[in-house]
Design a binder for this molecule. Sequence first.
Ligand code: PEP
Ligand code: MG
Length: 850
Amino acid sequence: MTERVGIVVVSHSAPLAEAAVALALEMTPSDPPRVVLAAGTADGGTGTDAMRVAEAIGEAAADGGGVLVLMDLGSAVLSAEMALEFADVGETPVRLTSAPIVEGLLAAVVTAAAGASLDAVEAEARGALGAKSAHLVEDDAGPGADGGAAPSEGAGSAEAAAAGSVDATVEVEVRNRDGVHARPAALIVAALAGRDAKLRIARAGAEPVRVSGPTALLALGARQGERLTLSAAGADARAVLDELAALFADGFGEPIESAETSGTAGGDVAAPPDSDSGAAGAAPPPGTGRAAAPRAGRGAATDPRAGASLGVSPGRVAGRVVRMPGPVAEPPEGAALPEGEREAESQRVGEAADAVAEALRARAARAGEEGRAILEAGAAIAADEDLREAARGRIGAGAAAPRAVWEAFGEAAEALRAVGGRTAERAADVFDVRARIVARLTGQQPPGLPDTDEPYVLVARDLAPADTAMLDPGLCLALVTEEGGPTSHTAILARGHGIPAVVAARGAWSEPGGDSLLVDGSTGELVWDPPAELLASIAERVEAPPFDGTGRTGDGQRVPLLANVGKAGDAEEGARALAEGVGLFRTEFCFLGRAEEPSVDEQIEAYRGVLAAFPGKRVVVRTLDAGSDKPLAFVPTGEEENPALGVRGLRTSWVAPGLLDRQLDAIAAAAAQERAEVAVMAPMVATVAEAADFAERARARGIEHVGVMIETPSAALLADRLFDVIDFVSLGTNDLAQYTMAADRLLGSLAALNDPWQPAVVELIARAGSAGAAVGGGVGVCGEAASDPLLAAVLVGAGATSLSMAARAIPAVAAQLRETTLEQCRQAAEAVVAARDTAEARAAAAAILR
Ligand code: PEP
Ligand code: MG
């Protein structure tokens, strides 16, 4: 593990320290350092305590890079000095700093996050007031221009900069509304971390200033619209400047107020070179056929850059916007209420709790079976007289109603959590009801999905799988999220519900552009407050003819078309759509939100529900794919810095083998009680030994058909050897794209990379296809790629013997295959593998298949 500096904050006041830390962490792009508080006294009062500081120092030393201690005033300094005597840190250096507690902490956290040394972290922290003092003293020419603003070592000077050599230069424009403020500064520092590049920045007409930490960047005082010259020396100079140019061009991922005034950064790098659109600002190549591919279109009409919104579930609709609320804020403690006001305040609690209970009951009455139980449980909690009484007790002691509810319900939730087991799962319900009552008392929007019976377009920053699963497709016309990629679980569930969806829509939630929105889930186009003529143009969706139950190419090659399901209801829908079986049963979707492992009996019941829908047909049950983007509380994965590369999928059986064995017991028992032809497969396999171990466990239970998913490049390359130990493979193209392209599938900003049309991904699929063909083994595709009709034909050409997808996608895929011969599929696959990028791949496939 790399050594990192830990930080301790010593303050008389816990709320003060907590708020300072929260602010600093908000400004840290990712992976913050360890920050430990020693604030207030043990009984919640104001003051400092040397023993607590000593403990905090010990904790902060755990990452081995030294400890920086920031203090507020007076006895905090004395306590910190005394704590040095007791702190148990071995040889780890501990430094007390005179840095200011807010600005210093921010600078220290950002610098430590970038992996800097204790000296550098302290220098940045101590220099942190430079930006502010310079700003208040200097005029608009900018404090950084003369290099005298930031006294820290890291801030450097114009003289030093002038003395250095320059290997690369780039000009950029500041697009962010608030200029180069703390967050952009933090991202720049992160980009420099560990690289051989000495950066200098010059404002127009000024000398360059050496920058290596946030203080100097903030001291620049660069504003929106200003052009800056970035120059760098060192082996990584070019790469770093390209990265920084892309960050400036992208507004550091923040909403940019005015596209006209900001423009692009003068042709600097703004998009990954292998994005569909090529260079920034270029029009998409003609004839790519992208708009017709339901998964692949992006908002090319308005913004062809990579990172523009992506259509991930087809359909073109418009409707009023409902914005998914952010979290309800914790009410402050505030001063004690005068006695005369306490009675009325207590009444407010009763009224708000009644209203919440009533609203939840009304909603339960309208909800489907899945949501009803949860909503009714919430109504019962809101009506709980004990909880109300506990809140009234706090009001009697002087708390205002929102604070009293926050504390009383919070205490109850923590008590449930402490009990553990299924009881602990109810803690989340109590927290939810608490947020609803506090929202009502304080005039905030209640949390969770909107409570409305009018149709709406839901706009959210991101949606948890559990929220998406609760959406009512009858009311939710479309889904738009700022985060998420085409294979995020939001996208997968939206497609499953048949709800048009657009992801990676920058600013749609944080800066909504109107009250109504037109959403095109194929192209990614979004039009706020669409004019009447555009609304009139929303054509009825052209539905493919219904599937007749036999997937085949035009020349008769059989390609069974199967359904992807997460629970019995999906399987029933699949059966109604005449799916020829189930190619992927995501068992983890049965147990989202569960704190305890479901018993074998409970599992048998859940699995039987799916198997019962397909008597005599193949159902491929995937064992739990927990971890990473689908964390299950009962599956131990531990704290991981990089969960997508961590203990997930089959790897969880290394830390909890009993869990896999019990699941296989349950699958075998369910299979014995139903008539489906059951197969099992393991997710996230990388080696032959893993596959062999899985197969042995499954076969020991009498399960005959055993396979593994190909989701890692390693599994694709080893496919021929995997067939020695298993019967079939199934390509998880969502993860295969993620791991081949090294692009997190949840990140909207990387959506263009995370595209199964990437030639490298299709080449790996073809490799698995050849391995299967050589031994007559099944090669299924169950990732979202299979639901893109054009790509489905390419996959068949690459050797896929069955395709599995959301039931709603089957008719369009079936129709495309019917219009295509196997030979055309093969030619298309070859052309895609030979293409240079996704645009060329799509264009080549369309030319052959259409
Ligand atoms: C995949 O990775 O393509 C897949 C089908 O698995 P999941 O999307 O559930 O990770
Ligand atoms: Mg997967």
